[in-house]
Design a binder for this molecule. Structure first.
Ligand SMILES: NC(=O)C1=CN([C@@H]2O[C@H](COP(=O)(O)OP(=O)(O)OC[C@H]3O[C@@H](n4cnc5c(N)ncnc54)[C@H](OP(=O)(O)O)[C@@H]3O)[C@@H](O)[C@H]2O)C=CC1
Ligand SMILES: O=C1O[C@H](COP(=O)(O)O)[C@@H](O)[C@H](O)[C@H]1O
Length: 596
């Protein structure tokens, strides 16, 4: 049943103070739908900013906010009372109260800081174009590239145009749309630590805002050591005077608990938490977002989601290429910081959290924090680390990690790790959560595997299959070839009674004709809309680092040598022993895995 209107609507900007967070939009039922439209009150307790404001804040004592003129933040002298605490309202809140954001009078300016870099070209500009193509960007928007490299607007457009693509299923007016999009992209060259250069950027942005209400999004697509310079300069010289200013921060968010806390403290000198959008692009992946839908909207799963029925959960990330080109960055971090502490742990938190009281960002993030805080910090004996070595196959020699010129020859940085984690709460007590992440393995795949317990006293024990081993397994394949499938034991048709393992299979490509949007599209749209659900809150980050920091320190202090594994292999055998210690077999290595 279609519940919605057919456009992503810039119209939402006209209808309401600020665009509805995505959690309030209904999924498109019609294949002609582009960006999903807004359902009010369907899922979330946060309805519109307007009603939220009226519900949570005591503004009646001030005066009718709707009669107030547009006013910069510093002139605002309204108070809100939230949970009994009185504080000044922000410019954004003010605007919402006064109903001042409308399509006609508001703009969004998106500045990609580090626009000359790899991520900007590969992901950010293409994602912005996809949103534009789908009519998901507001009517008045401008995109600025900012970096030290000297470039003209035309040169930026040429650079960006090389990486723009249209969706396979939507090519109508593609080149026309690209031209229109590129016409909205501008470039400003400047230093990252120059308030003056950011003040010049501010002037450029203002020209395009043309007196409209100004909303500004800064995407920090730069190495982390310059985050603070940029945040300081942008907030002092280029933040919005009368609308919102938001900053998307790319990972890594520090290297351990201390450095991460220092970064958070630094950011909070210039920004409040609500302005900081810490991105973990795995949270924007379709199947990761679907985790909660699967759990909380299907009666069949939620009752099974506990130690009573689940034997173990496996979160597996593998890439079939090495750190080629990123060795310099990677050597300072390693696979535990690059993948486990963020992408896999975020998936684990979503998988294991208790039911949030609503789909409101804070309710979900509260539950994620709780589950992270219920986990025991990792010990050395819970972990196996590896590093890929050179391997020759079919006459081609694949390099070792340490063959990279930017990596020290004696580097002990792990390119592979396997770990066992436990959640000390009533739901998950004793259930091993296994993580495995590696580069230069035999395949590229990310998945969650849920292995269920065996059927007690199984009647079919003597019919061919070892039913204690062939237990049900639910696989959520995040990428590639997105799928959800459930392994079951089934009777082979015929007069006899023989069982085999089969899959109940939801392969996305077969079920849905719509191309799956890139994670960055979803996350950029959310940041523009002020939807924080898929971004990492500072306390979540703190809890995540608390789990891994002691282990990382011990690995580094004791200079633990990683087990070498050949490029293109299945990783170190130590990972099997680690699983075997807990009487577990990695699901991705069983023979059935390859039948799918
Ligand atoms: N690339 C990827 O696939 C991913 C990247 N990330 C994160 O995103 C951010 C950007 O990544 P990516 O685009 O690969 O980074 P780049 O190394 O390409 O850097 C981006 C831009 O920053 C400037 N820059 C680079 N090094 C320095 C330096 N030492 N001092 C000052 N400026 C510098 C350069 O611009 P100029 O010289 O013109 O100023 C460069 O074009 C990083 O935080 C990274 O960790 C996260 C996930 C994946
Ligand atoms: O954050 C990172 O992710 C990529 C993998 O992302 P994917 O969306 O292509 O699966 C990884 O290659 C990189 O090392 C890491 O920094």
């Amino acid at each position: 049943m279609a519940l919605s209107s057919p456009k992503c609507p810039s119209s939402q900007f006209a209808l309401r103070p600020s665009p509805a967070p995505r959690s309030q939009r209904v999924a498109a039922a019609s294949s002609s739908l582009s960006c999903p439209p807004i359902p009010r009150r369907l899922f979330s307790k946060r309805v519109s900013s307007q009603s939220r404001a009226n519900r949570r804040w005591n503004v009646a004592s001030v005066h009718d906010a709707r009669t107030l003129p547009i006013s910069p933040a510093k002139e605002i002298d309204l108070k809100k009372v939230e949970n009994g605490v009185s504080s000044a309202i922000s410019a954004e809140e003010y605007r919402d109260l006064a109903g001042l954001s409308t399509r006609e009078n508001s703009t969004v300016s998106i500045t990609v800081v580090g626009a000359s870099g790899d991520l900007a070209k590969k992901k950010i500009f293409p994602a912005l174009f996809a949103l534009y193509y789908e009519d998901c960007l507001p009517e008045h928007f401008t995109i600025f590239g900012y970096a030290r490299s000297k470039m003209t607007d035309t040169e930026l457009r040429n650079m960006v145009s090389k990486t723009l693509t249209c969706r396979i299923d939507k090519r109508e007016n593609c080149s026309e749309k690209m031209e229109q999009f590129l016409g909205r992209c501008f470039y400003h060259s400047g230093q990252y630590d120059s308030e003056e250069n950011f003040a010049e950027l501010d002037k450029e942005i203002k020209k395009h805002e043309a007196g409209r209400l100004s909303n500004r999004l800064f995407y920090l697509s730069i190495p982390p050591n310059i985050f603070m310079d940029v945040v300081k300069c942008a907030s002092k010289s280029a933040s919005s005077a009368n609308g919102w200013t938001r900053v998307i921060v790319e990972k890594p968010f520090g290297q351990d608990s201390e450095s991460s806390a220092a970064l958070t403290r630094g950011l909070k000198q210039f920004l409040v938490e609500d302005q900081i959008f810490r991105i973990d692009h795995y949270l924007g992946k379709e199947l990761v977002e679907n985790l909660s839908v699967l759990r909380f909207s299907n009666l069949v799963f939620e009752p099974l989601w506990s130690r009573q029925y689940i034997r173990n959960v496996q979160l597996i990330f593998s890439e079939d290429f090495g750190t080629e080109g990123r060795g310099g960055y990677f050597d300072n971090y390693g696979i535990i910081r690059d993948i486990m502490q963020n992408h896999l742990l975020q998936m684990l938190a979503l998988f294991a959290m208790e039911t949030p009281i609503s789909l409101d960002a804070e309710d979900i993030r509260n539950e994620k924090v709780k589950v992270l805080r219920s986990m025991k910090p990792l010990q050395l004996e819970d972990v196996v680390i590896g590093q890929y070595k050179s391997h020759t196959k079919g006459g081609f020699t694949y390099p070792a990690y340490t063959d990279d010129k930017t990596v020290p020859r004696d580097s002990l940085t792990p390119t592979f790790a396997a770990a066992v984690l436990f959640i000390d709460n009533a739901r998950w007590d004793g259930v091993p959560f296994l993580m495995k992440a590696g580069k230069a393995l035999h395949t590229r795949r990310t998945e969650i595997r849920v292995q269920f317990r065996h059927v007690p006293g199984n009647l079919y024990r003597s019919f061919g299959t070892d039913l204690d081993r062939a237990t049900n397994e639910l696989v959520i394949r995040v990428q590639p070839d997105e799928a959800i499938y459930l392994k079951i034991n089934n009777k082979i048709p015929g007069l006899g009674m023989r069982l085999d393992r089969s899959n109940l299979n939801l392969l996305y490509a077969a079920r849905y004709s719509k191309e799956i949007p890139d994670a960055y599209e979803r996350l950029l749209l959310d940041a523009i809309e002020g939807e924080r659900r898929l971004f990492i809150r500072s306390d979540e980050l703190e809890a995540a680092w608390a789990l891994f920091t002691p282990l990382l320190k011990e690995l580094e202090e004791k200079r633990i040598a990683p087990e070498l594994y050949p490029y293109g292999s299945r990783g170190p055998v130590g990972a099997h022993y680690l699983a075997a210690k807990h009487k577990i077999r990695w699901g991705d290595l069983s023979s059935e895995h390859y039948k799918i």
